[in-house]
Design a binder for this molecule. Sequence first.
Ligand SMILES: [Zn+2]
Length: 231
Amino acid sequence: MRPLVPVAASAAFLAWAVRGRSAGVFGRSYWRGSRRRPSIALTFDDGPSEATPQVLEILARHRVPATFFQCGANVDRLPALAREVRAAGHEIGNHSYSHPLLCFRSPGFIEDELRRAQDAIARHTGAGPAWFRAPFGVRWFGLGRAQRRLGLTAVMWTVIGYDWNRKADEVAARISDRARNGAILCLHDGRELRVKPDVGVTVEAVRRLVPLLLERGFQFETVSRLLCPTT
Ligand SMILES: [Zn+2]
């Protein structure tokens, strides 16, 4: 029976290392900015998708920037939308090429996923990302090295909206309740690699949240600005 405790403990440790937003086992991840400034970063994963313009329209109406963690395969499929995101002044991050779970994958596979996304984004928008968000928030052996080789820094989130399986008012309430100085808020303008995904919940949540958070005195910043306010 003796090995049970260490085995259970190491399984729990591994689970935390893989999924924990503040775990640095597979490379350091940022999950919030300074609590001293009333700034927040709105981030969108899994795009671009056919619904991305609806999100861009809301952000433009309120003149707020955001950060879009795009999948390389979606950028190759919808390059004009990736360019539109950049042209509107938003930041683009790397969210892997094909949105795989990175656990139990080889370091070569992981680096290839990150590099192909980096190349697709740079080719279509003119600049390679500085930030990486792991698909499903899952990190694994070899990810830290791949990030270093590609000049990427990992970003998780302070609050995730569960916008893929909850109602818009629940998503908006969840984020609004947890928004604090320095918070990184995670929503989705796509659904992994799906074509024409239904992201109506996300769009509706963003429509409600942006004016609400502005009214509370928060200022929206890109991830770069939130985490490196002097640059
Ligand atoms: Zn994702």
